[in-house]
Design a protein around this ligand. Structure first.
Ligand code: BES
Ligand code: ZN
Ligand code: ZN
Length: 502
């Protein structure tokens, strides 16, 4: 799909060329000077008149009308060179390729050298480009009788760069594309409705992923889950006619199984709320309650592609949360795998229950560090809105590494506090060790605190993506619907991970 070439020849026959323009004021230098010359200085004039804009995220298209071999040129406004960040660049590429996709082009060239700054080198720009192309052109195939408009795939992208070794640019394009594709896989899982993605389907998907990337895989079925005493996970599944699955994938990138990162993702394929049933309006959209699982699987796909020198165990508890004569109820007391007993006060607070056993099981598989990702609470939306993932931790050094990864991935994250006062609320029950719903004050925090009871002393970061897993609006890096949030953050975190000093 990507080809790297060094020299840009204006007379070569090409459908389209993408060029970056800095606002400084605009000077056409290097190969662009020749371009301006080929147009008898008209490009400079078009910039002056505002027909071509160098403002950040402004895209202008001109037709060459036969003056050169390249048919169309897309100018991508990049703003002030000093102010351009990696994230800006990724979004600008995203917006550009959305437009190009809408124009149904199958072949595009990118003049990468025109996008570089003092802090963004050719390898960074290549990563931003290929990641953005994958993300921005994502489309979820719907189920209408009238099929999706057949998508013209961008088949050929030629990247012109003299910036670094061709090989390295190529590798960077491949990695960036893998980050985009992993995110898109997560999006597709989240967009798929609950009747088409049961726990068994999710398990089958994980098995396929394992086969493709040579991961060790373990799928626990109901009998295994019972044997292991995962009473919290089983309680949530009790009302369902679909069997639960505990999905485990292992990737070993080090000689020894040490410094193991546990990635735990909430895999509720549909959340009715159970007997603490959701409202008519609140229940719609609950197919997305496996967004944490999707992010973990998306990250595993990227890890499978990039094969970092790290050890990872991914654990996904999957079931739907349904109502029937068998379903669990408020007031029930259940026993988790850890031995901790839980008084159920709200069956809609099911995510923390399945995660409790998953976190315990990740530790059984040797996880030395834990990151859990979950569409856990409406409370996080009240606290932080829909653009920011809520985070909690028992270890600030580990959190710093996650936050760094999130910044680089362009995913907003904000830490919520975990004080003793809130731990105490979770531990407050007359009949059990814990309760699963101590009231709605700060409920994003008490949900995290509950999971923390099972992480215990293991360094742990909790990520609540209830607000960020989906978006109601189209954006520069994708359509409305599932975002695949945290896929890239997790993958980057794993890639860069440095074990904490003991
Ligand atoms: N899956 C929901 C959280 C959620 C809400 C995800 C909105 C996506 C969008 C979770 O299981 C839930 O129902 N949480 C309750 C907890 C409450 C009962 C303590 C909530 O947030 O209302
Ligand atoms: Zn719920
Ligand atoms: Zn839920």
């Amino acid at each position: 799909m990507f080809h790297v070439k060094e020299e840009l020849v204006l007379s070569d026959k090409q459908e389209a060329l993408v060029v970056g323009l800095f606002d400084q004021p605009v000077k056409f230098s290097g190969e662009l000077a020749n371009l301006d010359k080929a147009f008898d200085g008209q490009l400079t004039e078009l910039v002056k008149s505002g027909d071509i804009s160098a403002k950040l995220n402004k895209i202008s298209k001109i037709h060459s009308l036969g003056k050169i071999g390249i048919k169309r040129i897309w100018f991508v406004g990049l703003g002030k060179e000093k102010e351009l960040t990696f994230d800006h660049l990724r979004k600008a590429f995203g917006k550009t390729f959305k437009t190009i996709k809408a124009n149904k082009l199958e072949e595009v060239s990118v003049y990468l050298d025109s996008f570089l700054t003092e802090t963004i080198n050719g390898l960074d720009a290549a990563h931003a480009l290929s990641e953005a192309i994958a993300l921005a052109t994502y489309q979820f195939d719907h189920y209408k009788q009238k099929p999706n408009e057949p998508m013209k795939r961008l088949e050929n992208i030629t990247v012109y760069s003299t910036a670094a070794e061709k090989k390295e640019i190529n590798a960077s394009l491949t990695v960036g594309y893998a980050f985009g594709q992993g995110t898109n896989s997560a999006r597709t899982l989240v967009n798929t409705p609950g009747n088409m993605l049961t726990a068994s389907d999710l398990a089958a998907y994980a098995v396929e992923l394992a086969a493709k990337y040579n991961f060790e895989v373990e799928i626990l079925d109901k009998a295994d889950i019972e044997k292991l005493g995962m009473g919290a996970f089983l309680a949530v599944n009790k009302g369902s006619s679909e069997p639960p699955k505990m999905i485990v994938l292992k990737y070993q990138g080090k000689e020894e199984w040490e410094d193991v990162i546990g990635l735990v993702g909430k895999g509720i394929t549909f959340d009715t709320g159970g007997y603490s049933i959701k409202t008519k309006a609140g229940i719609v959209g609950m197919k997305t309650d496996m967004g944490g699982a999707a992010a973990v699987l998306g990250a595993m796909e990227i890890i499978g592609e990039t094969r970092p020198e790290q050890n990872v165990v991914a654990v996904i508890p999957s079931t739907d949360n349904m109502i029937s004569g068998n379903a669990f109820k408020p007031d029930d007391v259940i026993t988790s795998m850890s031995g901790k007993t839980i008084e159920v006060l709200n069956t809609d607070a099911e995510g923390r229950l399945v995660l409790a056993d998953a976190v315990t099981y990740a530790k059984h598989h040797g996880a030395d560090y834990l990151i859990d990702v979950a569409t856990l609470t409406g409370g996080v939306i009240t606290a932080l809105g829909v653009h920011t993932t809520g985070a909690m931790t028992n270890n600030d050094s580990l959190y710093e590494q996650v936050l760094e990864a999130a910044k680089e991935a362009g995913e907003q994250m904000w830490q919520l506090p975990l004080f003793e006062s809130e731990k105490e609320r979770v531990r407050n029950s007359k009949v059990a060790d814990l309760n699963n719903s101590p009231g709605s004050e700060g409920h994003a925090i008490v949900a995290g605190a509950f999971i923390g009871e099972f992480a215990e002393d293991t360094p742990w970061v909790h990520l609540d993506i209830a607000g960020t897993a989906t978006t109601s609006k189209e954006h520069d890096l994708g359509p409305a619907g599932a975002t695949g949030v945290m896929t890239r953050t997790l993958a980057l975190f794993v890639e860069r991970f440095e074990p904490l000093k003991k």
